[in-house]
Every structure is written in structure tokens, then in C-alpha cells.
Unconditional design. Structure first.
Length: 404
């Protein structure tokens, strides 16, 4: 018998602060209900010296020749500030691979935007970081691939990356930049979680994001090498709970379990087209960073003759999965439909071939048990070799030598 949600989540209630949910179904046109998000992710480039096998960029990455120019990005920043955005996350690829990164941060500061740099850090030197701080950078988020250099450099596919990241983290704190450690976790590094949290404390980070890999794009290609076991997830959950208790007031810890092992899906992006959009290197405005994996959708660009606000409010791609009207059963008659909005559209597409379906992470999805079984089976395979991210569509890691 399939489990019921009440059996598993009797304690979950509607969030009274989620005012957007309350507006739905009240007879307004759907486009009138969604204010512009306060924070926007802009992906300046897909270029990156690292080759992480779980990269959230699409497998078909954008070539540098298609990237928005400095002037176009400045116009985007102006427009974002004009429509009420308060915060911009500069991301990529590796955003510091753009020669104009300091100029763009300065421009965002001049527009009164709060700025966050999401970086692998390996292209930064102290002078460049100081220039960014002088340009008004408000916050830096550095990714780490593990707690020891050998493993971390192997995951990143980049020699000496780990040591360089430590160095940049130290400079960041010397320059008084608030620091978040971003740790993407999977089967091959989850057992280092305790050490990674300790590392974040040693670096004087304010926050650590313990992000379990999400399986679309590059990570889907690498799923057998990345999928954790249930035992690892159980232990990681305990490690996080203990650390949260121990490190209250010292380190904030964000942690989301991989939803292949969950019974209800995550409220991905806060619900499609409700709280988030990002802009790709060539200027496409997307409802989530992985949305281009849904090949049946077309996304408008800031190079079109539409404003960003128009694209957000009126474009087909944003409206396709907004609210609850699009939902199939079992979501349509489910008490949780305004809590998780049917889960993740990208995951539904990746695992069922259609983004119209309920996310298979949900125990009520007809695909759920097969998804769970796949996760369990792949986690036990012992596959370790990665397909590294690159513009050629990926390169299989060399066979390990000398028992390494
Ligand atoms: Fe209900 Fe759909 Fe959410 Fe599952 S994904 S809990 S069926 S709304
Ligand atoms: Fe795209 Fe979840 S990652 S909707």
C-alpha cells in the first residue's frame, strides 16, 4: 500500500506567512499576483576552471561569444534596481572569469544593490579581492568540495584548488567580507561533513550551506557516482543537528536532505515563478537555474524587446507552472499543493520525461517507488569515476592508479 502524507507528516501546516499562497485562486489574473523577487541570481558566464561533476549549469553550456557585454549587464543591473530588486548574486560558471567583474560589482553598488559573489575562488588574488571589497561587495560565498585537499581537488578536477580556497577565505575575512561556505555533498564526501563544518568555523564563516546534490544536468550524468546511501543521509542529518546545537550563535547551518529519499518533495525555488528568477550568461530570464534542462520550454532574453518585469509577469515559461491550476493528480486534490507546489519541475522532467508531472520525490507520485529504488541501487554500486564538466560535453575521469 502506498503511504499517505498524513501518516508521514501529520505535523505540517500551511505557512501563515506565505502570503503569496493565500492570493491564489481568488479570481485575479495570475500575472497580477507575483511581485518581483527581492534577490536575483545572475550568471555572468559559464566559463569555469573547475570541472565539478554536479555543476548546476546546463550540459550544453553557453559559449563566451554569446555572453552579455559589460554594457548589457549594466543595463540589466539598472533595470533590476528600478523594478525593486534589492540583492544580486553574481554567479556562473565562475563569475570572476569575467574581466569586468569589479566594474559590474561597482555598478551594482552604485545602483544601491546588495551584492553577493558566489565563487570557486581559484581565480582570485588578494588585490582583486580588495578591489571587489572597495567596489562595495557585500558578501562572498566560496564553494568547497571536501575537507581534505586530495579529495576536494579530485572532485573539482583542479589541482591546488582547495589550498587556494582556504587562502581566499582568509583574505576575505581580513577584508571584513562576510563569508558563507558552500559545501555540495554526495556519496564521495558526505563522510567528511563533520570536518567541513569544523573547517567553516575555523575560517570564521557566518554560514555554511550544506547542499546535497540535485540530480539534473551534470549531476544526472554522474548520479551513480554521487548518490548517497540512506545510512549516510541519516548520519549527516545527525551531524547537522548536533552541530546546530553546539554552534548556536557561531555558525548558521543550512541543510536540505536529498529528496530522492524524502516522502514529500522540496518547495523548489519557493514554487515556480513565485519568488525567484535568474539570468543566464546570454541574458535568458529563467524561473530556476536548471530550467533550460526542460527542453520543451522557451525562455525570453533581456535582449528581446520585453522588459524583465514583463518577462516575469507575462511570459509563457513563467506562467506555465505558476500557482496550482496546472497541477495533475495527485497534486490537484492534495492538501499540500500550496505548500510544496508539486515539487521540482526540473526533477519531474528529468525523471519522468515531462515537467507536467508530480515530482517523483513525492510518495504519492506513481514514479516514486521506482525513483527511490534507483537511488538505493545506484548508491550501492560503488561507482566512483566522474564525468567532469566541460564544454566538450564531459570527460570521464581516468582510472584510479596505485589503489587511489
Ligand atoms: Fe501533494 Fe503533489 Fe506535493 Fe505530493 S507533490 S505532497 S501530491 S502537492
Ligand atoms: Fe528547476 Fe527545481 S531545479 S524547478
Amino acid at each position: 500500500m502506498s503511504p499517505t502524507l498524513d501518516q508521514h507528516h501529520p505535523q505540517i501546516e500551511f505557512d501563515p506567512n506565505d502570503g503569496l499562497a493565500l492570493l491564489e485562486g481568488k479570481g485575479q489574473p495570475v500575472t497580477a499576483k507575483y511581485g518581483i523577487p527581492l534577490a536575483v541570481l545572475i550568471e555572468l558566464t559559464h566559463k569555469c576552471p573547475l570541472q565539478c561533476p554536479y555543476c548546476s549549469n546546463p550540459v550544453e553550456m553557453e559559449r563566451a561569444r554569446n555572453e552579455l557585454t559589460t554594457q548589457e549587464w549594466k543595463r540589466v543591473l539598472d533595470e533590476l534596481a528600478d523594478i525593486g530588486v534589492l540583492q544580486v548574486h553574481f554567479s556562473g560558471g565562475e563569475p570572476t572569469a569575467r574581466k569586468d567583474i569589479v566594474e559590474l560589482v561597482q555598478h551594482a553598488t552604485d545602483c544601491d544593490l546588495y551584492t553577493n559573489l558566489i565563487t570557486s575562488a581559484v581565480l582570485l588574488n588578494r588585490e582583486k579581492l580588495a578591489q571587489l571589497a572597495d567596489a562595495g561587495l557585500s558578501h562572498i560565498q566560496i564553494s568547497f568540495q571536501g575537507s581534505d585537499a586530495t579529495k576536494a581537488d579530485r572532485v573539482a578536477g583542479f589541482r591546488n584548488a582547495h589550498a587556494k580556497k582556504h587562502e581566499v577565505a582568509r583574505w576575505a575575512r581580513e577584508l571584513d567580507l562576510p563569508l558563507t561556505v558552500n559545501a555540495v555533498m554526495h556519496r564521495q564526501n558526505l563522510d567528511q561533513l563533520e570536518d567541513i563544518i569544523a573547517m567553516a568555523v575555523d575560517m570564521d564563516a557566518d554560514r555554511i550551506e550544506v547542499a546535497n546534490v540535485q540530480y539534473y544536468g551534470w549531476a544526472l550524468k554522474n548520479r551513480a557516482a554521487l548518490m548517497p546511501t540512506i545510512a549516510q543521509i541519516d548520519r549527516a542529518t545527525q551531524v547537522v543537528e548536533d552541530a546546530r546545537e553546539r554552534l548556536k550563535g557561531i555558525l548558521d547551518i543550512d541543510f536540505v536532505i536529498p529528496d530522492y529519499y524524502a516522502e514529500r518533495p522540496k518547495k523548489c525555488m519557493g514554487g515556480w515563478g513565485r519568488q525567484f528568477f535568474n539570468i543566464t550568461p546570454s541574458g535568458k530570464v529563467l524561473p530556476c537555474h536548471a530550467a533550460e534542462t526542460i527542453t520543451e520550454l522557451d525562455f525570453l532574453s533581456v535582449r528581446s524587446n520585453h522588459s524583465i518585469a514583463w518577462i516575469w509577469q507575462n511570459s509563457d515559461a513563467f506562467n506555465r507552472y505558476r500557482g496550482t491550476g496546472w497541477m495533475p493528480e495527485p497534486c490537484q486534490s492534495c492538501a499540500f499543493k500550496e505548500i510544496d507546489f508539486g515539487g521540482c519541475r526540473c526533477q519531474a522532467f528529468a525523471l519522468t520525461g515531462s515537467a507536467d508531472n508530480t515530482d517523483p520525490a513525492c510518495a504519492l507520485s506513481p514514479y516514486h517507488s521506482a525513483t527511490f529504488k534507483t537511488a538505493e541501487t545506484e548508491a550501492e554500486t560503488g561507482a566512483t569515476r566522474f564525468i567532469y564538466r566541460n564544454f566538450a560535453g564531459g570527460t570521464l575521469e581516468a582510472e584510479p592508479q596505485d589503489g587511489k
